[in-house]
Design a protein around this ligand. Structure first.
Ligand SMILES: [Zn+2]
Length: 256
């Protein structure tokens, strides 16, 4: 799409989409947005409007989705791409929101042709071409104390999947080193798995040991929800995520 067409479309969306001011003023106090300056908030607002215009948020199990719920999901989904681009979310359109945890029940064939049955209760799920499925109960449980943010978690998966599938390595920028990313993440992942296997207490959700993809998604949650924790316990991971997301939440928190 040409620059002019993009901007025409963007201006047109800004004229027709709106988030009630009372809702926006409430949402900008979300913990993960702490320290964003007025320019960043203005850009985030534009991204959120474009996001709501281009994505479809559907309900499941009779959940009534209000404007505030739509904006709550959009603002947290747009935070990771604040300094990237909405195009990172081009592969999918639909988000489905359940009232609470939901059951995933499907069969899949592995790379040697064996069929596996998957039956589990989850709070979120992401497919490469959509939908992104979220539990509303888990969205509102987001807190600075548990470092959890299910929206950031699932959208981090969508970014990860853009490069060679869900393997914990999103498409890196030209100023980043793929070998540095691989070395740092695999070293920390191996050490984290040893800790969880030994049933040692971990600062970060032990679910991160599930796979390199979950490690990346969980650490992305901590990066935005509790940057002090990540910078203190895994500074080299923090540095890689700051390069990828082109954000430094630790710095904006200490300046807030
Ligand atoms: Zn996950």
């Amino acid at each position: 799409m040409s620059w002019h067409l993009n901007h025409w479309r963007f201006d047109s969306v800004l004229k027709h989409e709106a988030i009630p001011e009372t809702i926006w003023q409430k949402l900008i106090h979300l913990h993960c947005l702490k320290g964003l300056n007025s320019e960043e908030l203005k850009h985030l607002h534009e991204l959120v409007l474009m996001f709501l215009h281009t994505k479809v948020i559907n309900n499941a199990h009779g959940l009534e989705i209000t404007d505030e719920m739509r904006a709550t999901i959009a603002i947290q989904a747009c935070l990771p791409i604040l300094n990237l681009d909405l195009e990172y979310y081009d592969n999918w359109i639909e988000i489905i929101v359940y009232p609470g945890e939901f059951i995933l029940d499907y069969d899949y064939v592995d790379n040697i042709g064996i069929v596996h049955r998957n039956h589990k209760i989850v709070s979120g799920e992401t497919w490469f071409t959509g939908p992104i499925i979220l539990s509303w109960q888990d969205i509102i449980c987001t807190s600075e104390f548990n470092h959890r943010n299910i929206v950031i978690h699932e959208f981090a998966h969508t970014l990860d999947m853009l490069h060679e599938g869900a393997n914990g390595c999103p498409p890196l920028h030209a100023n980043m080193s793929a070998s540095a990313w691989r070395n740092i993440f695999s070293r920390h992942y191996a050490s984290f798995c040893r800790q969880t296997e030994a049933e040692q207490e971990t600062v970060i959700d032990p679910y991160a040991a599930e796979s390199p993809a979950e490690f990346f998604a969980v650490l992305s949650e901590v990066f935005f929800e509790s940057p002090f924790t990540l910078k203190q316990h895994m500074p080299s991971i923090y540095e890689q995520l700051a390069l990828f997301y082109r954000q430094d939440p630790f710095k904006r928190w200490i300046n807030a």
